[in-house]
Ligand binder design. Structure first.
Ligand SMILES: [Zn+2]
Length: 270
């Protein structure tokens, strides 16, 4: 903390966080302006109104237009440790920061949180819903959140990739939540499975629920090589993005997305 703050009209609480971010923000031309912090959402418990899965899906949009043909057959112990990560949680302000989404990129709306791309904002929301709902359903499920939004060295032990490599080698199932780019850049929802191990019934169950990308999508991405299954929830565009951004439908939408993932996980270990 600096000893002589000069003209910073911020509360100390904000300063400790934004203070360190600001230096870097100013040095990044493509960085995004800060929106007021989002109020915490109280999640509703009734999930009766979650749309049922279909293709195209009323909740997620279309499934990936590039589809894989793999089948996950390996049995999975019901107690398998499942680790849920948020995609791009350690790569903000780097080339792989994630999609800003249609609202910010095309409609020039404010980002949900100026410290991160909208994709990461929603990745975090879905990550915590999946872990909370999954624990309620009896899954052995936890999250991993890196301590910094920007970690330049992929091999730093605190990155998603490093954590995944270690945990995957112990037999943990690593699922990283993502939203895909908007049309025409995105592909749609689906699982890009891990490529460091045989595919199993958890992979299969998620693919049946969300769709499946080719196993070697884009030649085999860095995450899957380290044991990460990348789950593209859907493209960050209307109507899904709109339902997420609208405060009246946000909590329910996040809850329904979390429930979709947890249902697939529960089926995969049963
Ligand atoms: Zn992503």
């Amino acid at each position: 903390m600096r000893a002589t703050p000069i003209t910073v009209p911020l509360s100390i609480g904000v300063l400790t966080f934004t203070g360190m971010v600001c230096h870097r923000v100013q040095s990044q031309q493509n960085w995004l302006p800060t929106a007021p912090p989002a109020a915490p959402q109280r999640l509703r418990s009734d999930l009766k109104n979650c749309p049922r899965a279909a293709n195209p899906d009323p909740l997620l949009g279309r499934r990936t237009k590039e589809s894989g043909r793999w089948v996950g057959r390996g049995a999975v112990p019901s107690t398998i440790p499942i680790v849920v990560m948020a995609g791009h949680a350690d790569s903000q302000r780097l080339g792989s920061a994630g999609t800003p989404g249609y609202a910010v990129d095309v409609r020039k709306q404010q980002p949900m949180n100026g410290a991160m791309r909208d994709e990461l904002y929603w990745n975090f929301q879905v990550q915590s819903a999946v872990v909370r709902l999954g624990q309620k359903r009896g899954l052995n499920i936890t999250s991993y959140v890196p301590p910094l939004l920007t970690i330049r060295d992929d091999n730093d032990p605190r990155t998603n990739w490093s954590q995944a490599r270690v945990r995957s080698s112990k037999g943990h199932y690593i699922l990283e939540i993502h939203f895909d780019a908007y049309s025409p850049y995105g592909f749609g929802s689906g699982l890009i499975p891990a490529i460091n191990r045989p595919l199993n019934q958890l992979d299969e169950s998620i693919a049946q629920s969300f769709g499946r990308f080719p196993r070697l999508f884009r030649g085999g991405l860095g995450g899957p090589r380290r044991g990460i299954g990348i789950l593209e929830i859907g493209m960050l565009e209307p109507p899904l993005e709109q339902k997420l951004r609208d405060p009246a439908t946000r909590a329910q939408t996040v809850e329904c997305l979390g429930l979709r993932v947890v249902d697939a996980l529960v089926k995969g270990v049963s």
